[in-house]
Design a protein around this ligand. Structure first.
Ligand SMILES: [Zn+2]
Length: 94
């Protein structure tokens, strides 16, 4: 267990509230181009860090969540926590 996007109160994108469907470490969101983007909030996985962005399959834009996946240990099993109350969807610039 550990970090859970389900516990995040709000997601934001470009300064506005974003409609995100979280479930545990995963979340889906609709890119402005209209296609689904999946975030997997685990070390090295898509959308957890600008070095491993989740690429929209339609327009190719990369996205990741801020705060990025933390370096320290995860919260222990049975103590799921939001990485932050508010998380922001960021565009990855290459
Ligand atoms: Zn797109």
């Amino acid at each position: 267990m550990g970090w859970s996007l389900s516990m995040v109160e709000e997601f934001w994108f470009r300064g506005e509230s974003a409609h995100v469907h979280p479930d545990g470490n995963n979340a889906s969101w609709t890119c402005p181009c209209g296609h689904a983007v999946l975030f997997v909030y685990q070390r090295g996985r898509i959308g957890s860090h600008p070095d491993s962005p989740s690429l929209c399959r339609a327009c190719g834009t990369g996205y990741y969540l801020m705060p990025t996946y933390p370096h320290g240990a995860e919260p222990p099993a049975g103590d799921t926590q939001a990485p932050a109350e508010r998380m922001e969807i960021m565009e990855a610039h290459r």
